[in-house]
Design a protein around this ligand. Structure first.
Ligand code: SF4
Length: 352
């Protein structure tokens, strides 16, 4: 019944047009982590145009990969994809392995992604449990324990595996994910049109939204980052972050996190000295961008700044520093908040 529903209702998505292409499944699944389908589609299409297969990806520079990822966030995903592509070429001749065990040895591939690649690309009877599948299963079977607890997680994987019709894992797993995305939504499940309505425990209870149970609440942390915009000869100073961390390998304005008791201008000044070794004069605030990374609610404040022009030009000899023209910004891997902040300043008429 579920597979019939999927055959009729599956969304047409670019990675589904590449049936049996493990590379496309892999890239789409990683992109879809923490990101909506609508946001992923244009990224996926651009990615496939530039890196149509694992060999093309292995031949690309990390910089180029990050430029294609810029805006999707969680940049460790892109760095892991690049490392995994290098391994797939050197160890598997450019073909993704089909077994869950081998897939799990690749950087950035966990149990869910390994199951998705093995089942969707190779029809291996491997289960998947993502947020959508977990919600559907917990409602279908009436699991009322904390969905984040190890016990319930283990139950979910067991139930997911047990429900796979032999040889149909690819379609089955996708149908469960699709049902969660299109019908069994968190706040308003459309039970009257659901193909699982008959056996569903949560529907029978009369209150399907009571499941799943989640005891852990997000503990939000407020953070203020201060960035300094230094320019010389109509170029903007950008510094590349070290390869690890949330924004590893990306370019940004010199930036620091506000310390307790510190003023925002002092923080921007510290950013210049810590990141660039520069003594800068900090001018006016020109913009603020608010964004969220994991449990952090971040305000990114941008300040105009000035420093000795010769010192700035000397600094550009460093490999992790660039003096970029506004027209060159599109070719640099910048996180979305940094790009938004820069655009704010450019819209105000910097260099106009
Ligand atoms: Fe979800 Fe309702 Fe379908 Fe149950 S019947 S799986 S609660 S949409």
């Amino acid at each position: 019944m579920l597979l019939d529903w999927f055959a009729v209702n599956a969304r047409r998505l670019p990675w589904r047009d590449r049936k049996g292409d493990a590379y496309a499944v892999w890239i789409s699944e990683i992109m879809l982590q923490q990101t909506t389908v609508a946001a992923v589609v244009p990224y996926f299409e651009r990615w496939m145009a530039s890196f149509p297969n694992v060999h093309a990806l292995a031949d690309a520079s990390l910089d180029d990969v990050l430029v294609h990822w810029a805006g999707l966030g969680y940049y460790a995903r892109a760095r892991n994809i690049k490392r995994a592509a290098d391994l797939i070429v050197s160890k598997y001749d450019g073909r993704l392995p089909s077994s869950v065990e081998e897939l799990l040895t690749l950087p950035g591939i966990g149990r869910y992604t390994a199951g998705a690649i093995a089942s969707i690309a190779y029809d291996v009877d491997a289960p998947v449990v993502d947020g959508n599948v977990a919600r559907v299963l917990s409602r279908l079977y009436g699991l009322d324990g904390d969905i984040d607890s190890p016990l319930v997680r283990a139950d979910l994987w067991r139930l997911s595996e047990g429900a796979i019709p032999q040889g149909r894992a690819g379609d089955f797993n996708q149908s469960m994910m699709e049902l969660g995305a299109l019908v069994c939504s968190p706040a308003s499940p459309a039970c009257p049109i659901c193909p699982l309505q008959m056996p569903c425990a949560a529907h029978a209870s009369g209150d399907p939204t009571a499941l799943p149970v989640r005891l852990r609440k997000t503990h939000w942390v407020q953070v203020v980052d201060c960035a300094a915009l230094l320019e010389v000869e109509r170029r903007i100073l950008l510094i590349r972050r070290p390869d690890s961390g949330v924004w590893g390998g990306l370019w940004e304005l010199p930036r620091a996190t506000l310390a307790e008791g510190e003023t925002r201008k002092a923080c921007a000044s510290r950013a210049c000295s810590e990141r660039a070794g520069l003594v800068a004069t900090i001018g006016d605030l020109f913009g603020e961008i608010r964004h969220t990374v994991m449990n952090r609610r971040i305000t990114l404040a941008g300040f105009a700044a000035s420093a000795d022009h010769e010192a700035l030009k000397l600094l550009a000899r460093r490999t992790d520093v660039v003096l970029a023209k506004p027209s060159e910004l599109a070719d640099l891997a910048l996180a979305s908040p940094q790009r938004a902040l820069l655009n704010t300043r450019l819209d105000q008429g910097l260099f106009a």
